[in-house]
Write a protein that binds this ligand. Structure first.
Ligand code: 13P
Length: 250
């Protein structure tokens, strides 16, 4: 059975104390051990978060990293720095990185290659804009975005990947994809992996959904057969909402 994954992407929110408070609240709670819960605080809070969560099943994930190992890249963070504080997973390809910070498929690919070659796990985000969907180009766009990983990864490297479908029009808008819309895309993606590799591999890759996930819509979205969890933005900033989203997949 595929693992279930719930990730809180805190984006540029939560200072040191807010980060610690939220984590301490989460630490008091329990859920089935098959559910992998991860949180992604800002860079400056990663090390403290990691210390607070040591010996807990909750994993700390970085929101970004650079593709080079080191060098003159002011303001950037390398995989080496992340690994040196025990961070072994990173979100790559988030739509905010693609649009606000102009990350194209080439940059995203380089980041993924660096992460995978250095034994990091990658939460790889993809998803269409509302224009793409209105023009009925969503499958085409998603397919192009996925080609960054689709044929180049070895079968083993897929063990290091979680795919996250995040339609841009659903991020932070309060308008989530319907469970049917999300399922349709997840199924399409799984089928694409089956064609490029094989069915067994396709069935082993977790594909999670992100975009206005809330306690009142998560259960129905998670009930779909190809949806293995969620990447939660806004609602993960509230302990109560995040915990109820975790429980909704329980
Ligand atoms: P929201 O849950 O705030 O829509 O954000 C989703 C997201 O971008 C998670 O990475």
């Amino acid at each position: 059975m595929r693992k279930k994954v719930i990730i809180g992407n805190w984006k540029m929110n939560n200072d040191k104390k807010e980060t610690a408070d939220l984590l301490l609240s989460l630490l008091k709670e329990t859920w089935k051990k098959e559910i992998n819960v991860k949180v992604s605080p800002s860079f400056v809070n990663l090390e403290n978060a990691e210390k607070i969560l040591k010996n807990s099943p909750i994993e700390v994930v970085a929101q970004n990293m650079h593709y080079e190992n080191e060098g003159a890249y002011t303001g950037e963070i390398s995989y080496k720095m992340l690994k040196s504080i025990n961070i072994n997973s990173v979100i790559i390809g988030h739509s905010e990185r693609r649009t606000i910070f102009s990350e194209n498929d080439d940059i995203i690919k380089r980041k993924i290659v660096t992460a995978l070659n250095n034994k990091m796990h990658v939460i790889f985000c993809f998803g269409e804009s509302s224009e793409n969907r209105n023009e009925n180009k969503h499958y085409e766009i998603i397919s192009e975005q996925l080609d960054v990983v689709m044929h180049s990864l070895t079968k083993n490297q897929w063990n290091q990947i979680i795919l996250a479908y995040e339609p841009v029009w659903a991020i932070g808008t309060g308008v989530n994809a319907t469970p049917e819309q999300a399922q349709e895309i997840h199924k399409y993606v799984r089928n694409k992996i089956a064609i490029a590799y094989n069915k067994n591999l396709a069935n082993s890759v977790p594909i999670i959904y992100g975009g206005s996930l809330k306690p009142n819509n998560s259960k129905e979205i998670f009930s779909k057969p190809d949806i293995d969890g969620g990447l939660v933005g806004g609602a993960s900033l509230s302990f109560k909402d995040f915990y109820s989203i975790i429980k909704s997949i329980d």
